[in-house]
Design a binder for this molecule. Structure first.
Ligand code: CP
Length: 304
């Protein structure tokens, strides 16, 4: 593939290659000298039109660990505020000899749009409610690390599926690798099309947790929703919040994941998020190696 615009453009072999490459980079970043010189002739621009902590810092670190030159752009402090368009913004940045653009944007399809209009490799770091491919890759990589493989595993994605780019990218990635996927949450936060993707819906949290090997717990995205379609925070926590008591009653130890940022005490309690069942910080750690792999593989296609 020419860009990383979404998991839906990848196949199982692409994911396997990314993971094998990430295995190598994970070993590199655990050495005393955490860098390789591979991309010292490559320049990468990180364009963030939406807020981010993990994805922005993880991409920047991945790029620096590969020895690329890096420039960072946050829309809120830029000339976008003076009315400059997305394409003008990007073309101005590219004229400074930039090879790869990593972009987070609030609009669905922003990465695809950009890839059709500018001459650079594009990596989607989250486009509205659509896809967040590197998050799904690092999530699957973390399941593979914890459980040995993704194939045959039962994964439930819990929460605000409707507004979640993490959910859609995870569904595509997990299914490509042979996992079974269910979603669980309030019916108002589960899109109607989800069953057409081969995903089962379970609205009973206890049943969903009894079924699964892994629960990927999502944040309720208040910023993307019309409040009248949504249960109150208290109702949500009562029906879908994960706490230690629920997990203790399962009679088995499931793996708990969360892409962050966490609303502690809403979708997950602190004791669960910080427990030894949780791999939340391993997900963040693995994000650097996985993003190094994605960037490295795309950069091999650039004529130098
Ligand atoms: N998981 C994730 O995308 O987090 P950020 O919004 O902080 O980048």
């Amino acid at each position: 593939v020419e860009h990383l615009l979404g998991i839906k453009y990848l196949n199982a072999n692409d994911i396997d290659l990314i993971f094998k490459t990430a295995d190598h980079f994970k070993e590199v970043i655990n050495r005393p000298i955490k860098k390789v010189p591979s991309l010292r002739d490559i320049t990468i621009a990180n364009l963030f039109f939406e807020n981010s902590t993990r994805t922005k810092l993880s991409f920047e670190l991945a790029e620096k660990r590969l020895s690329a030159d890096v420039i960072n752009f946050s829309a809120g402090q830029s000339s976008v505020k003076k009315g400059e368009t997305l394409i003008d913004t990007v073309n101005n940045i590219l004229s400074m000899k930039v090879d790869i653009v990593v972009m987070r944007h609030g609009s669905v399809g922003a990465g695809v749009f950009l890839s059709n209009h500018v001459d650079a490799k594009i990596i989607n770091a989250g486009d509205g409610t659509h896809e967040h491919p590197t998050q799904a890759l690092l999530d699957s990589y973390s399941i593979r690390e914890k459980l040995g493989s993704v194939k045959g595993k039962k994964i439930v994605i819990i929460g605000d599926i409707l507004h979640s780019r993490v959910a859609l990218s995870n569904i595509y990635a997990l299914q490509l690798q042979g996992a079974q996927v269910k979603v669980c949450g309030p019916t108002t936060l589960i899109p109607k099309y989800i069953t057409s993707l081969g995903v089962e819906v379970e609205t009973n949290l206890k049943k969903a947790l009894e079924w699964c090997d892994v629960a990927n717990v999502l944040r309720v995205q208040h910023e993307r929703m019309d409040i009248k379609y949504f249960p109150s925070t208290r109702e949500y926590t009562q029906l879908f919040g994960i706490n230690q008591e629920i997990l203790n009653n399962l009679g088995k130890k499931i793996v708990i994941m969360h892409p962050g940022p966490i609303n502690r005490g809403v979708e997950i309690t602190s004791d669960v998020a910080d427990s030894d069942q949780s791999i939340i910080l391993s997900q963040v750690e693995n994000g650097v190696a996985v993003r190094m792999a994605v960037i490295y593989l795309l950069a091999q296609q650039i004529k130098r």
